[in-house]
Design a binder for this molecule. Structure first.
Ligand SMILES: Cc1ncc(C[n+]2csc(CCOP(=O)(O)OP(=O)(O)O)c2C)c(N)n1
Ligand SMILES: [Mg+2]
Length: 559
């Protein structure tokens, strides 16, 4: 058995069902021999982004694995790796590597060294005998601690060597370990919560990854407090719940804006509280209690009063125990906050009704969002946005229901990510209706991987907001570039994406009329079941209307 065959055997042992790749990499053939499904993408970035989508919706139960070649293949993957790193996604990236006699000589691309700053753990296999230990470290990091991408670089001259027979079965699969905050920290947190006047919960992706969504709802109901989710945390609570105040990116709901602005105490759960241009700011002066499973994420962007370092599910359960003692059921079913939330929801509905119900053609993106909410079985769907205006038009408006029914993403925001992301999500959840919504600009970044889904019968649906330009930089706003557009057409583009889909064997639908939206979605649902991909190209208008923000900050849009 050579080193590559041993790695394939270990991947199989760890339960790897599917690998994404772009040739060449010897592990592609070795994994196929192990009966692991190997899917070739059209671009390395797409392959790794799909592996990310697979991990992102699998909550550390199973992991996306991506293989690419050394040099160009590894170099081409940086966008996807950076996205997974920014969003804390545990994905295994295994590029080939230059031979050891060349790896440290310029300009050879030493992937594990160069990718070290955008990965949780990165190493090169330097000796064939090291494979069991290197793979053990890799899976330990995937399963434990702060989630993040792991890079294991496989120089061909090392991995093609024979493995000493005694090492063929030496792999030891690492277990997942969780830990919990101290009793004192839980007590401190419970006392602060008890003393607070306007508490709110800020829930991050860690709630989803720890499978703590039920516990989150129980805690919110015990205290009758509003629950806001970050963009990656969206779907940690059912947004139809009367204590949900929605999710936020650059913009958010009116209810979220009001509670973020006026709360005195924030109970932050499963979140690094990272401040980015794609998150709501936390206005100054709050008392913050933060739970996260990594000490380095405490006191990073925010000053934290009490830190609850540990597994989010265990932490919430401990908090519930203490808070039950303090409150009993006194606060349960309290209508005050619920009424306030309902009032804000109604105000925002009224504000956006003209957009959500707009009869204009070209069609308002908000009208499509409204039709998606109405037509889809949201509990059996997975929906995601892309970078650009579609993100802001969806994050606050599509109703997330069950965990991962919506995938929010983007601390760094790679245009085109939504398409490979939804391919990965569909691979992990073949029974769900999986749909991504992207702009025409975004399609240019990853559109060819629509062919990957089509060829591989991965029945996804892609909606394109085809506005011929970049609505994310509204005309007349500070981010607009009118002279470049006028003189050189910067930001403008054309395309018939339904024709594109047909040309590559998918079902393409062009939508120009409101009355065509619902039938298009119904067709997509039907065809996706049999593995046929569907692309819906909707002629949309450039709408600059956006949601609210908690406080004005650099780079954020004003309410
Ligand atoms: C790789 C990458 N490059 C550049 C950007 C900056 N960017 C964000 S949105 C956007 C334009 C999006 O246009 P489109 O996809 O058509 O969506 P629209 O805003 O028009 O709905 C750009 C260039 C990015 N997010 N990612
Ligand atoms: Mg556009």
């Amino acid at each position: 058995m050579n080193g590559t065959a041993l790695i394939a055997k270990i991947l199989k042992l760890e339960g790897t069902e599917v690998i994404t790749c772009f040739p060449s990499n010897p592990l592609i053939e070795a994994s196929s021999k192990e009966d692991i499904r190997v899917i070739a993408f059209r671009h390395e970035r797409g392959a790794l982004m799909a592996a990310d989508g697979y991990s992102r919706t699998s909550d550390r139960q199973k992991f996306g694995v991506c293989l690419v070649q050394s040099q160009a293949g590894a170099e081409n993957s940086v966008g996807a790796l950076s996205q997974a790193y920014a969003d804390n996604i545990p994905v295994l990236f295994m590029p080939g590597g230059p031979t050891l006699d060349k790896i440290s000589i310029k300009p050879n691309f030493w992937a594990s060294k160069i990718y070290e700053p955008v990965s949780k753990h990165a190493e090169t296999i330097l000796k064939v005998e090291d494979i069991p230990a290197a793979m053990r470290r890799a899976f330990h990091h995937l399963k434990n601690g702060k989630p993040g991408p792991v890079v294991v670089e496989m120089p061909q001259d090392v991995c093609s060597q024979e493995v000493p027979v005694q090492l063929e079965n030496a792999y030891h699969s690492p277990k997942r370990h969780t830990f919990r905050p101290s009793k004192e920290a839980i007590e401190d947190a419970a006392n602060i919560i008890h003393d607070s006047k306007n508490l709110m919960i800020w829930a991050g992706q860690g709630v989803l990854m720890a499978n703590a969504t039920k516990e989150l709802q129980t805690l919110a109901e015990l205290l009758s407090v509003p629950v806001y989710t970050t963009m990656p945390g969206k779907s940690a609570i059912d947004e139809r719940h009367d204590l949900s105040i929605g999710a936020g990116s650059q913009t958010t709901t009116l209810a979220a804006k009001e509670f973020l602005t006026h709360s005195d105490t924030i109970l932050a759960l499963g979140t690094s509280l990272t401040g980015t241009s794609y998150s709501q700011p936390i206005p100054p002066g709050k008392t913050i209690i933060q739970n996260v499973d990594n000490v380095d994420d405490i006191n990073k962007d925010e000053s934290v009063e009490v830190s609850l370092i540990g597994d989010t599910k265990e932490t919430i359960n401990l908090l519930i125990e203490d808070l039950k003692e303090l409150y009993g059921t006194a606060k349960m079913d309290d209508p005050t906050i619920r009424n306030e939330i309902a009032k804000y929801k109604k105000e925002m509905d009224d504000e956006f009704k003209p957009f959500l119900n707009s009869d204009e053609e070209p069609i308002s993106p908000y009208r499509i969002v409204n039709e998606i909410n109405k037509c889809l079985d949201l509990e059996n769907s997975i929906i995601t946005h892309d970078a650009g205006a579609p993100r802001e038009q969806m994050v606050g408006f599509i109703n997330a229901t069950i965990p991962h029914s919506y995938i929010g993403w983007g601390k760094t925001t790679h245009l085109g990510f939504g398409l490979p992301l939804i391919i990965g999500a569909k691979l992990a959840h073949p029974d769900k209706f999986c749909m991504n919504v992207m702009g025409d600009g975004a399609f240019g970044m990853s559109g060819m991987d629509f062919e990957t889904a089509t060829r591989q019968n991965i029945g996804i649906t892609t909606i394109i907001f085809n506005n011929g330009g970049m609505a994310t930089y509204p005309v007349g706003s500070p981010s607009d570039f009118p002279i470049a557009r006028e003189k050189s057409g910067v930001g403008l583009m054309t395309g018939n994406y339904a024709d594109f889909a047909r040309a590559f064997g998918a079902h393409g639908i062009q939508v120009t009329k409101i009355s065509e939206i619902e039938p298009a979605l119904e067709t997509a649902k039907g065809l996706n079941i049999s593995g046929k991909t569907v692309l819906i190209d909707v002629k949309t208008s450039m709408v600059s209307k956006r949601g609210h923000t908690a406080a004005v900050k650099f780079g954020a849009l004003k309410a």
